[in-house]
Design a protein around this ligand. Structure first.
Ligand code: G3I
Length: 423
C-alpha cells in the first residue's frame, strides 16, 4: 500500500467517524487524544525531576476522556409528553388506522420486522390492522435462506412462515434482498478466491440464487429488492463490492434480467441510500431505464441516524427518479430520536412526529410515489438497540409505536398527513 492510498483510507475512516459520531463528538475526542499523545511525548523527553507533574496531566486527560465518553455515549431521559393526561394525543379517536388512511390515498404503508419479535411481544394483531405491506427484516437475506451457510443448499422453512403471515394478514410482501454487496454468504468469497474463471462462476452463482429463490416464492412475493445499496457511502461512485469487482457495474443489470426471467410478474426495485452525490445514482438509474433493463422502481431507505436531513432535497431527488418513469417508495424509514436533539424544543417526540410527517408530505408530492415502510414497529425492537454506539445512546426510539406499543406522535403525524388533501 502506498502513502497516497493509506492517506485516502485514513480520510475515508475519519469521514465515516464524523458521520457516525457527529463532528462535535469526533473533534472533542480527537483533541483529547492529541493532548494525551503530546503529553506522553513531553513525558518521554523531559528531565526526571518534573516527570510527576506531566504524569498528573496525563491522568487528568485520561479521566476527562472517560468522563466525556460516559456523557456522550450513555442513555438520556426525555419526557414522554404524549402520554400525559392533558396531552391532545390522549383525546384522539382510538379506532383510526394507518392502513385505512393509506388505502384511501392509494399507497402502501408498511413495516419491516422479524417473526421472532412479533411472536415474542405479541403484536401481530396490530400489524394486520395498521399496515398493508410487510418486509421481512432479515429472513429473506441470502445467508438466512441457506442451511449451514452452504451456498446452493436452501432451506425455505423460516421464510415460508413470513409468506403465511403476510397472506393471513393481507399484506403485500417485499422480498429483501437478492443481491447485496454488504450481505452475502461468507462462503461466496472463499469460493470465488479459489476459482480461475471468476466471472463465469459469479454469474452462475447469481443465476442459481435469484432463480431458485424467486421461483420458490413466485406468486407469493409481490415485489423484490433485486439489488441493494449499489452506491459507495463515502465517495461519489458505485460501491466497489464483491460483485462489482468481478463483473463491473454490469452485475446490476444482470441481476435485474435474471429476476425478470425468474418471475415476469414480480415488481423489481433497486433499494438503497443516495450517497455523496445524487447524480451518481441518478445516472445509474437513467442508464438502466435507457437500456431497457427490467427495473420498475427505486426504494429509498431513510435511516435517520445522526442528523435529520433536508427533506426538500429528498423530494427533489425522488421527483427526478419518478420523472424517469420509475416508481418510488420509502423502504426503511426510522428516525432516531436523538438525531433531532439539536432541533427539538422541549418535546423531542413531537419533533420526531413532525419530521415523519414532513417526509411523507414531501413523498406525496412525487407523482410515482407508491408507499412508505418503517424499519420496525415497536421501539423495543429496533436494529439500533444492538448497534454500537447507538445501543448505549438510548433512547433510539425511531419508530411509530413506543416500547409499550402506545401510538406515538409520529403515528398521528403520519395519519394526519395521509388524511390531509395536500398536493
Ligand atoms: O439472530 C442472531 C442472534 O442469534 C445472535 O445472537 C446475534 C449476535 O450478534 O446476532 C443475531 O443476528 C443479527 C441479526 O441482525 C438479527 O438481529 C446479526 O448479527 C446482524 O448482523 C443483523 O443485522 C441486520 C443487518 O441488516 C445486517 O443484515 C439488522 O437486523 C437489519 O436491521 C439490517 O437491515 C439493513 C437492511 O437489510 C439494508 N439497509 C440497511 C438496514 C440497516 O442496517
Amino acid at each position: 500500500m502506498d502513502l497516497s492510498s493509506i492517506l485516502k483510507n485514513l480520510i475515508g475512516i475519519i469521514d465515516i467517524m464524523i458521520v457516525i459520531f457527529t463532528p462535535k463528538v469526533f473533534f472533542t475526542f480527537t483533541i483529547l487524544f492529541l493532548a494525551v499523545i503530546a503529553t506522553i511525548i513531553v513525558f518521554i523527553v523531559m528531565k526526571k525531576k518534573k516527570k510527576k507533574y506531566v504524569l498528573g496531566a496525563i491522568g487528568i486527560e485520561v479521566l476527562l476522556t472517560i468522563a466525556l465518553f460516559f456523557i456522550y455515549f450513555s442513555a438520556k431521559d426525555f419526557p414522554r409528553v404524549y402520554l400525559e393526561k392533558d396531552s391532545l394525543y390522549q383525546t384522539r379517536d382510538n379506532n383510526i388506522t394507518l392502513k385505512e388512511a393509506a388505502e384511501d390515498r392509494g399507497i402502501y404503508i408498511g413495516f419491516a420486522d422479524n417473526m421472532k419479535n412479533i411472536e415474542k411481544d405479541g403484536y401481530s394483531d396490530i400489524l394486520g390492522k395498521e399496515f398493508n405491506a410487510f418486509t421481512p427484516e432479515n429472513a429473506f437475506k441470502w445467508s438466512k435462506l441457506l442451511k449451514n451457510g452452504e451456498i446452493g443448499n436452501y432451506d425455505f422453512t423460516k421464510a415460508d412462515k413470513y409468506v403465511k403471515f403476510a397472506e393471513d394478514n393481507n399484506l403485500r410482501l417485499r422480498g429483501h434482498v437478492l443481491i447485496w454487496g454488504k450481505g452475502y454468504p461468507s462462503q461466496l468469497k472463499e469460493k470465488l478466491n479459489k476459482v480461475e474463471y471468476k466471472e463465469e462462476f459469479l454469474r452462475s452463482i447469481m443465476r442459481e440464487h435469484i432463480t431458485k429463490v424467486m421461483k420458490h416464492f413466485e406468486g407469493q412475493v409481490d415485489i423484490w429488492d433485486v439489488v441493494n445499496e449499489p452506491i459507495d457511502l463515502m465517495e461519489a461512485r458505485l460501491e466497489n463490492n464483491i460483485f462489482y469487482e468481478v463483473l463491473g457495474k454490469e452485475y446490476i443489470s444482470y441481476a435485474f434480467e435474471l429476476a425478470h426471467k425468474a418471475d415476469p410478474n414480480a415488481e423489481l426495485f433497486m433499494n438503497g441510500y443516495i450517497g455523496k452525490d445524487p447524480q451518481v445514482l441518478l445516472n445509474l438509474l437513467q442508464e438502466l431505464v435507457d437500456e431497457g433493463v427490467p427495473i420498475h422502481g427505486f426504494g429509498l431507505q431513510g435511516h435517520i441516524m445522526n442528523k435529520a436531513g433536508n427533506v426538500k432535497k429528498t423530494e427533489e431527488f425522488l421527483k427526478q427518479v419518478s420523472d424517469m418513469g420509475l416508481k418510488v417508495e420509502i423502504t426503511e424509514l426510522d428516525v432516531r430520536l436523538r438525531a433531532l436533539e439539536e432541533i427539538a424544543n422541549d418535546d423531542i417526540y413531537e419533533a420526531q412526529g413532525k419530521y415523519f410527517g414532513e417526509v411523507l408530505e414531501a413523498c406525496l408530492r412525487v407523482d410515482n410515489f407508491t408507499g412508505i415502510t418503517c424499519w420496525g414497529v415497536s421501539d423495543k425492537n429496533t436494529w439500533y438497540n444492538s448497534l454500537p454506539p447507538y445501543q448505549w445512546m438510548k433512547p433510539n426510539d425511531p419508530l411509530l409505536f413506543d416500547v409499550n406499543l402506545n401510538k406515538k406522535p409520529a403515528y398521528y403525524h403520519i395519519y394526519d398527513v395521509l388524511k390531509n388533501d395536500i398536493k
